[in-house]
Write a protein that binds this ligand. Sequence first.
Ligand code: TXA
Ligand code: MG
Length: 320
Amino acid sequence: MSIISTDIQKAISLLENEKLVAIPTETVYGLAGNIFSEKAIQQIFTTKKRPHFNPLIVHIHSLEALKSIVSYVPEKAKKLAEAFWPGSLTLVLPKKNTIPDLITAGKNTVAVRVPNHPLTLELLKQLPFPLAAPSANPFNSISPTKAIHVAHYFGDKIDLILDGGSCKNGIESTIVGFENEEAVIYRLGALSVENIEKIIGKVTLKNTKEENPEAPGMLLKHYAPKTKTILTDNILEEIKKFQGKKIGVLAFQNEVISDGIFENIILSKTGNLEEAGTNLYDSLHQLDSLELDVIIAEKLPEIGLGNSVNDRLQRAAFQI
Ligand code: TXA
Ligand code: MG
């Protein structure tokens, strides 16, 4: 059984010995290893059962440290980093030759961010190397927003889960790449498109329905509970289709009153989209543990973080 603790020194010593440590961030927990240790990075892929074509995000402690990772920073990338780091923004930029191909899946770009969590920032400051950290969940399953979620997934496979409490934002970082100096959103996330556009003006969204996307986090089936999941504008209509079944409801703001609901979780009673994002994965973890026949989730308003939450729910609900 792995140890859930706040012992940074233990984390440092494990990471320096090419071991993995689960780390808290403001988005989701990450499964971290030294970017320069082939052993640690291979272990990340094996532990997550993640295909090698899916590159990892590099975590650094400051904007200052960016120059050791990337070879070029477009003007708009600099503006975004200054505005949002530490925070839920991942930049995809041309990589330095020193960044191992294993991290970038052979691409000439690297994804990088400064996470906004005091424990992990302190850890990154004390370590002599950056950390690669994908979300600490098996490939395609629900991302972890609490130490206990990580323990359920990997309890017997890793030595330490650094406990930073519940993740404040609860949904992955927004990934932004650059094509001819212009920003392109590769993955919707905890930083809203509207807030990005306040800093650099209009941005393009990559077609998030692509089968062979720029960011493999955009796979059609992803972030998925084991339980069959349905995303809808009309919960009552869907409930009728599952008469006699054990139904879980994930509603945005209002309680759904109907016979046959076994569990009803509300993402934000005040209709706050950020709060809905924070609660999304924990609610899915809860519903998925109830042996339900179906989870019926309500679509959120299509503004701000509503779009990011809908994106995750669409992938969770995708039927292969
Ligand atoms: O909030 C987050 O970003 C969390 C925390 C732990 O930092 N990490 C996270 O990592 O979500 P992961 O591995 O679950 O998702 C990273 C996504 C993947 O979809 C990957 O394909 C994409 O980033 N990515 C990584 N490097 C890339 C690159 N060079 N070009 C395009 N996409 C890239
Ligand atoms: Mg992930």
